[in-house]
Design a protein around this ligand. Structure first.
Ligand code: F6P
Length: 517
């Protein structure tokens, strides 16, 4: 698989020239005035997601050059290597197989090793979904507590909330991630030993937060007189041996080729499957698979993850924008920004390329956001009139799942108005009342928020992160940057007990002393 870092292609220099010549001064209002077809040209229907990119600072010539950049970088070959099961996670020598988790059982895979993995995926999925339905039907279990962090928490938590309209089991779902004992203590106050199922979700089964919470939950269970661990604890992990050693015999496995932040589609999705049932969980996988097929087969020019990922590169490396904000106008999507933060920033927050060479350009933007309309009354002031340009990504859902008449049109009016205001601005007043406009946004529209459309939306985001990471030449599938803090925390935990401050910097030593005083 030949990959060429984006800055080493001829198209990169052409894009730099295009940015200087017209890109930096592109005015969206003029662009619309000059091209009656702009909306059609820069919008498209992808599986279950409609996207309007027309309010972005891009023109046809720039998009064509970005496509050239993708071709010269070997994006399609890199994508095919991922789908083909090659070990593209080169620093850990692992394949990147989350797409296999949503590949149908009867898919014809030419690679026999991959076909064997697919068979394993489906036997685990069948077992996990049978278990989900069993829990679903078990009236004695009223509460399910997921103990996990990062990818073992954010995905299921986001998706359970997003699909609350589809929750049929009537179980109360709780998520405990933080090592801060207040979180677990608050949940344990609400649940009863005989009616609670604990899911210990950890790819590695070594993460300190999760293991600390799991041990405390088990101690609580025993102290409350609980005995049937097999019924009240299950583990979702690649490390079944460690789960068994912990005392958990009900386990659902997955594999090292599933990255933590890409694991929602694996056994880590069990809380979602319990909440919405096995059939809806299969629809969720099918929606993601539809987006996978689109990413694999649509021509680059009409390939939505490719178009979004290239726009990300254009904004980050040519315009120099350092962040992107996501505003889902749907209260059930209120954890989407947190989920996407890990996806984007843990994947692409890298300062060296895949061969370890320092990069001369910026990579992951800061991703942040809040659901609308809440954000409008908090930080949108800065988006409209601040000194920085922040590309926005709006997500709207056409169909409401309630029938309270004034609300949904009002919500949709607001999301349209915000995107419009950012672009159009207001120049008939000076000073404090002036809105410069020309502020870019992407608009993603779902007909309905369903398991399938959520699956497609998340897969779209995964693949757009793949696209920018691929062009940047980085390994989007490792996360060495989280290791140093883990090691130092162990050291400081011992020092908090002993008081030993030798060799510490002055600030850490000073704070340690205050905490011990
Ligand atoms: O924060 C680092 C990380 O490894 C994430 O990538 C991962 O999602 C999280 O920790 C949890 O890991 P695990 O599922 O192994 O407990």
């Amino acid at each position: 698989m030949a990959r060429t870092r984006c800055d080493r292609t001829p198209a990169w220099a052409q894009l730099q020239a295009a940015y200087q010549a017209q890109g930096k001064d592109l005015d969206l209002r003029q662009a619309f005035a000059q091209d009656a077809q702009r909306f059609e040209r820069f919008s498209q229907q992808a599986p279950l997601v409609f996207a309007d990119l027309s309010k972005n600072r891009i023109d046809a010539a720039t998009e064509a050059l970005l496509m050239e950049l993708a071709r010269q970088s070997g994006l399609a070959e890199h994508r095919d290597a991922m789908f083909g099961g090659e070990a593209i996670n080169n620093t850990e020598q692992r394949a990147v197989g989350h797409v296999l988790l949503r590949t149908p059982k009867d898919a014809k895979l030419s690679n026999p090793a991959l076909a064997a993995e697919l068979a394993k995926v489906h036997s685990t999925l069948d077992a996990m979904l049978a278990y989900a339905d069993q829990v679903h039907g078990d009236a004695a279990i009223t509460d399910v507590v997921n103990i996990g962090i990062g990818g073992s928490d954010l995905g299921p938590q986001m998706a359970v909330l997003a699909l609350d309209a589809f929750a049929k089991s009537g179980k109360r779902l709780h998520f405990v991630s933080n090592v801060d004992g207040h979180e677990l203590a608050a949940v344990l106050q609400k649940v009863h030993v005989g009616s609670t199922l604990f899911l210990v979700a950890s790819k590695t089964f070594t993460t300190i937060e999760t293991m600390t919470n799991a041990h405390s939950a088990k101690a609580w269970f025993t102290a409350q007189g609980g005995t049937d661990t097999a019924r009240h604890f299950a583990a979702l992990t690649t490390n079944v041996a460690a789960a068994n050693a912990f005392g958990i015999t009900t386990t659902f496995g997955f594999w090292d080729w599933v990255g933590g932040r890409y694991s929602l589609w694996s056994a880590i999705g069990l809380p979602l499957a319990i909440a919405i049932g096995s059939q809806a969980f299969r629809e969720f996988l099918a929606g993601a698979h539809a987006m996978d097929e689109h990413f694999q087969s649509a021509p680059l020019e009409q390939n939505l993850p490719v178009r979004l990922g290239l726009l990300d590169v254009w904004y980050r490396n040519f315009h120099g924008f350092t962040s992107r904000s996501i505003a889902p106008y749907h209260s059930s999507l209120r954890r989407l920004a947190a989920y996407l933060q890990q996806l984007e920033m843990e994947s692409n927050g890298k300062r060296v390329d895949a061969s370890g060479e320092a990069l001369p350009f910026g990579t992951s933007p800061v991703l942040w956001g809040e659901s609308g309309t809440n954000g409008q009354h908090a930080y949108f002031q800065m988006l409209h009139q601040g000194t920085d340009v922040i590309p926005m990504e709006f997500v709207a859902v056409k169909k409401p799942r309630h029938d309270m008449t004034p609300h949904h049109p009002l919500l949709l009016a607001n999301v349209l108005a915000q995107a419009q205001a950012l672009m159009v601005g207001k120049s008939d007043a000076g000073g404090h009342k002036h809105f410069p406009g020309n502020r870019p946004s992407t608009f993603l529209l779902l007909d309905d928020l369903t398991p399938a459309s959520l699956g497609a939306l998340i897969a779209l985001q995964e693949h757009r992160v793949f696209v920018s990471g691929s062009l940047w030449g980085i390994n989007s599938f490792d996360q060495w940057g989280v290791e140093l803090g883990k090691v130092l925390a162990k050291d400081i935990e011992a020092r908090l007990a002993s008081g030993d401050a030798s060799g510490l910097d002055g600030s850490t030593a000073g704070l340690l002393a205050r905490l011990r005083a």
